[in-house]
Design a protein around this ligand. Structure first.
Ligand code: PLP
Length: 355
């Protein structure tokens, strides 16, 4: 009782939105608990097709394909798309699921330094000998709340004839003027070829993931992507949640704007209090502390004050870069944000993180 959650990926508060919950219940009652099948046998209902169409429309793409998770979407795409004659160039801090997906494919692998455009250019030059090049990056990086320089990446991709893939798990629904993601935020919606994202964070928070992009690519994934072919369809209740979440976001971006204002409030108040917050304008607000033990005892003490946050240390983040990762949500009130800042200030002083 009285504990406020500041460590969920529930950026827009849609996981507990009454209309999202009602949509899930209605889908459960009308379409059943589950399909007991993969999509291509008897696991496709009208709601699956409708959700795929809605996702494609939301991102302004030709088509979309659903998976049980974005981990699966990332596991399935590289192997299906790339051959040993191709190359994939991946940011060194990409999410584990992108790394695993790339491991499964037989393409030539290049890893460029985190958001380092010079290094990416060098690697693209080396990769010119291959048939096809795919640059893969998180749109927003979950540990630091930093955003990939997509404009520069797209310019290089154009120069060296490469495709661009982005993972938008920490961007879909709230980054950009209409919440479409980092591609909209940075004005490159027409330059990104492939988007993978999750339904398990801002879009209702239940589960599920997807790829959206050109129709021939989606057709190929339906034929060849192993997590799609060999894993169960999304349950109707989950489909109902995500579908309603997208409806709400396509009607208005008021929820995303309210979250952005609260993020701004938290970041500016914490900075004024003397903390260093990594990233810029993103609801992932890593409070940088350096020392692993400090991050862990401070997080514990925050809980004693009714604020639920988690300390991250090596190996999840590099040595010496321990932090408490705060995540802001549209459901936080201004008072919640202020209470969190006050608790951080008290706890920071107590443990020597602030003077
Ligand atoms: N990609 C990124 C960047 C993530 O942060 C996550 C989840 O933590 C995933 C992919 C996997 O998403 P899902 O939970 O839908 O499997």
């Amino acid at each position: 009782a009285g504990i406020i959650n500041f460590c969920a990926n529930n950026y827009l508060g849609l996981s507990s939105h009454p209309e999202v919950i009602r949509a899930a219940v209605e889908a459960l009652e009308k379409f059943g608990a589950g399909l007991s099948s993969v999509r291509f046998i008897c696991g496709t209902q009208s709601i699956h097709k409708d959700l795929e169409e809605k996702i494609a429309r939301f991102h302004q793409r030709e088509d979309a394909i659903l998976y049980a998770s974005c981990f699966d979407a990332n596991a399935g795409i590289f192997e299906a798309l790339l051959t040993p004659e191709d190359a994939v160039l991946s940011d060194e801090l990409n999410h584990a699921s992108i790394i695993d997906g790339i491991r499964l494919c037989k393409a030539n692998k290049y890893r460029y330094k985190h958001m380092d455009m010079q290094d990416l250019e060098t690697k693209l030059q080396e990769a010119q000998k291959h048939r096809l090049r795919l640059v893969a990056t998180d749109g927003a990086f979950s540990m630091d709340g930093d955003i990939a320089p997509l404009r520069e990446i797209c310019q290089l991709a154009q120069k060296y004839d490469a495709l661009v893939f982005i993972d938008e798990c920490h961007a879909t629904g709230f980054l950009g003027p209409n919440g479409r993601g980092t591609d909209e935020l940075l004005g490159v919606m027409d330059k990104i070829t492939i988007i993978n994202s999750t339904l398990g964070k801002a879009l209702g928070g239940a589960a599920g993931g997807y790829t959206t992009g050109p129709k021939p690519l989606i057709d190929l994934l339906r034929q060849r992507s192993r997590p799609y072919l060999f894993s169960n369809s999304l349950p109707p209740a989950v489909v109902g949640c995500a579908s309603k979440a997208l409806d709400l976001l396509m009607e208005s971006n008021a929820i995303a704007q309210s979250m952005a204002a609260k993020t701004q409030r938290f970041r500016s108040k914490m900075t004024a209090a003397g903390f260093t917050i990594s990233g810029k304008d993103h609801p992932i607000c890593p409070v940088m502390l350096g020392d692993a033990r400090l991050a862990s005892v401070m997080a514990e003490d925050m809980l004693n004050r009714g604020i639920y946050v988690i300390g991250f240390s090596y190996p999840v983040v590099p040595k010496g870069k321990a932090r408490i990762r705060v995540q802001i949500s549209a459901v936080h009130s201004d008072e919640d944000i202020d209470r969190c800042v006050e608790a951080f200030t008290e706890v920071g002083r107590k443990h020597g993180a602030l003077p």
